[in-house]
Design a protein around this ligand. Structure first.
Ligand code: URA
Length: 256
């Protein structure tokens, strides 16, 4: 439940409500890494509050998990169609974690979940440019020219919220991993740093190769090679540190 920031600070023993209001107004307080000076601000239990750079007491322990999201699970806290959610999979985790970004219902792969609002905001900011490696099974066999278009930045025409929309995707890394000439399908590895709705599916459709199956193999330096779909693990201290510092590395091979 959202609570007024000064109340949360007072409950955490920072100072009285009145004194907490002054700390806020004077710019000593950050929520999820952003300075807040407005007194009406409300915060959720998972928001990370710091006063003069120090986390306030009573804040939840910050936890970080990497899930290999299975198919037919939605990336949201709840669903009006009663479908399983990624939070159902992590129901044993006592902290209120939430997903960083999203994967489609039918997409599998690397999904980070945390209650660290500051890191989540940082990772989702377009400026942060975190690389995401997708492996897609596509219809047809993309030509070298198709790959070139993806590498230069393909133009996508799509419909979002019932409106036609055109955008230029940033240049992607695009490679063919294997082809099945008989079935006329191919496995394509695509590395992008943007995160638009259905972006990989739209990019591949734009070059004439609709996606049949999609998995996200890597999120920054995190990969799900050792996790079966539906499995998750806590990140190591070094992984969290590296994510915060924006470090990324890429593996060179993988399977859909
Ligand atoms: N791009 C997509 O099209 N779907 C996803 O789930 C993720 C990226």
């Amino acid at each position: 439940m959202a609570e007024r920031l000064q109340k949360v600070m007072a409950q955490a023993g920072v100072a009285s409500r009145r004194a907490s209001e002054k700390l806020i107004a004077d710019g000593h307080v950050t929520v999820n890494g952003k300075k807040v000076t407005e007194l009406g601000t409300k915060v959720e239990p998972h928001d990370h509050v710091e006063v003069n750079g120090e986390p306030i007491e009573g804040n939840e322990k910050l936890v970080y998990f990497l899930l290999n999201k299975p198919r037919e699970v939605i990336t949201a806290a709840s669903d009006d169609k009663n479908r399983a959610t990624v939070l159902d999979i992590l129901s044993d985790v006592p902290q209120r974690v939430y997903p960083v970004g999203r994967l489609d219902y039918d997409t599998t792969g690397a999904l980070l979940l945390t209650n660290d609002g500051a890191l989540a905001n940082q990772l989702m900011h377009p400026k942060f440019n975190i690389d995401k490696v997708y492996v897609a099974k596509v219809k047809g066999i993309p030509s070298n020219d198709d790959l070139k278009v993806l590498r230069l930045g393909v133009t996508v025409h799509t419909i979002e919220n019932k409106r036609h929309k055109t955008y230029h995707a940033a240049p992607a890394k695009a490679e063919i991993e294997s082809v099945d000439k008989e079935k006329q399908t191919a496995i394509v590895r695509l590395t992008i740093h943007e995160g638009r709705y259905h972006q990989v599916k739209e990019m591949l459709k734009a070059v004439g190769h609709p996606v049949l199956k999609l998995t996200r193999e890597q999120y920054g330096m995190l990969d799900v090679a050792n996790l079966a779909p539906g499995e998750y693990r806590e990140l190591t201290y070094d992984e969290v540190k590296a994510l915060k510092q924006g470090k990324q590395y890429r593996r060179s091979a993988g399977r859909l």
